[in-house]
Design a protein around this ligand. Structure first.
Ligand code: 5GP
Length: 183
């Protein structure tokens, strides 16, 4: 049986990355390594966290139709290479995509059967507090991310199969695990 495509999306500060990290330890699922033009951050490994590419290389992938979806986020290109996703799902393995909402829209249009999960902060107030306490985001960036988050929270119920509210990290991890194992 073919593996499933599982999409996890959510605003910056929703806790999505922490949930995904823990999920990968628990559930037998392959993480889809995206291509991006953003520079690697300290601690990130080429080919593991991302395939770090130049803008020319990324544009070449678009021209070859090699991406299942792609989007520009915060000035950088991000995209999911199709071949590994096809190969893993054909081999019966579930594949997890950690992508932003524009990419999620594209996956929804192409793969209506994908399992799509949106991680939501409990409120925009909590999101504001989390972004502030991370200390890596300027006030102007926080304001613009909050605006983006508000419009995503509004659209999420129409686009996603499930919304997991991350009020408590352990509960949210359990909820996402149950959705993937139980469906
Ligand atoms: P970061 O730069 O913090 O690693 O990721 C920024 C955003 O890009 C996150 O919301 C992440 O989910 C999203 N992202 C990562 N890879 C992809 C991808 O392949 N496609 C799309 N559309 N978004 C991605």
């Amino acid at each position: 049986m073919a593996g499933r495509l599982i999409v996890i999306s959510g605003p910056s500060g929703s806790g999505k990355t922490s949930i995904i990290r823990r999920l990968l330890d628990r559930v037998d699922i392959v993480f889809s390594v995206s291509a991006t033009t953003r520079p690697a951050r300290p601690g990130e490994t080429q080919g593991v966290d991302y395939d770090f590419v130049t803008t020319d290389e990324f544009e070449e992938m678009i021209a070859r139709d090699a991406l299942l979806e792609w989007a520009i986020y915060d000035g950088n290109h991000y995209g999911t290479p199709s071949d590994p996703v096809e190969a893993e799902t054909a081999a019966g393995r579930d594949v997890l995509l950690d992508i932003e909402i524009e990419g999620a829209r594209q996956v929804r249009a192409q793969r209506p059967d994908a399992l799509m999960i949106f991680v939501s902060p409990p409120s925009t107030e909590v999101l504001w507090q989390r972004l502030r306490s991370r200390g890596d985001t300027s006030s102007r960036d926080i304001a613009s991310r909050l605006k983006i988050a508000e419009s995503q929270l509004e659209e999420a119920p129409r686009l996603f199969d499930h919304i997991v509210v991350n009020e408590d990290l352990e509960h949210a991890i359990d909820d996402v695990t149950d959705l993937i194992i139980g469906s």
